[in-house]
Design a protein around this ligand. Structure first.
Ligand SMILES: [Zn+2]
Ligand SMILES: [Zn+2]
Length: 246
């Protein structure tokens, strides 16, 4: 079931819980190894996989991330597929064709795979917003099974951009080359800028699957400091509780 919605800047924000579970055995490691130096237990990491639905006063719908996808998705080797995004959207009263904007924070398979199903775009009427640096770095299954399918609907941005009324994206590289976060009023939907609450306590705590751990840590420290100064509300991808106030 979706987590409880909030209202931010006149927009209803609904966290959609696409999946909950540990990573598959191929890449599973204890928390202590996933986030070295954070003093976490030697237990498996149970992740939530959250997408966010924004519905503004005019009924315009924006979706932030698309989850792990179906049984044949590029995430199927490690994530608890199939994701339940379609059911979560239906529970929120939304049909995929109603979504006007899809923002992909980055092209990891647990964030972008649900953009397609059966070789077709799931959100047939949407623009798919992606950073240029992320598109440039795309390869493998995410390029062939996802980007090639949605390329006619891509809106490629470079850096900061307003992509729907009141909704802005900001380039935050490190986790991936073109990772972006999404802002709406005092809300920041942070994708994989932070993956675990331990990184809020100490942004220097690294994550083993960041593409560039040093750059990711520097970006995380800088962006979180700015968000903390404005006492922003975070909407995270993988925390158990979707929202956390800094
Ligand atoms: Zn959840
Ligand atoms: Zn990621």
């Amino acid at each position: 079931m979706p987590h409880q919605p909030l209202h931010v800047a006149g927009v209803e924000v609904t966290p959609l819980c696409d999946a909950v579970g540990p990573m598959g055995e191929a890449i599973r490691r204890p928390l202590a190894e996933m986030f070295p130096g954070a003093d976490l237990p030697e237990e498996p990491w149970i992740l939530h996989f959250h997408c966010y639905l924004l519905r503004d006063h005019a009924g315009r719908l924006t979706l932030v991330d698309t989850g792990i996808g179906g049984t044949d998705s590029p995430a199927s080797s490690w994530a608890p597929v199939p994701g339940s995004l379609a059911g979560e959207l239906a529970a929120a009263g939304v049909a995929p064709a109603d979504v006007g904007t899809v923002i992909l924070t980055h092209l990891h398979s647990d964030h972008a795979s649900g953009a397609v199903a059966d070789g077709r775009p799931v959100f047939e009427n949407a623009r798919y917003v992606l950073q240029d640096a992320e598109l440039e770095a795309a390869g493998g299954a995410m390029l062939h099974q996802v980007i090639d399918v949605i390329k006619g609907q891509l809106q490629v941005v470079d850096g900061d951009a307003e992509v729907a009324p009141g909704v802005r994206v900001h380039l935050t590289p490190g986790h991936t080359p073109g990772h972006q976060i999404v802002r709406l009023g005092d809300l920041a939907m942070t994708g994989d800028l932070v993956l675990h609450p331990a990184q809020l306590a100490d942004p220097a705590v690294r994550y083993v699957y960041d593409d560039d751990q040093e750059r990711a840590a520097a970006t995380r420290a800088e962006v979180l400091a700015g968000l903390r100064a404005e006492r922003a509300l975070l909407a995270t991808a993988h925390f158990e509780e979707p929202f956390v106030r800094l």
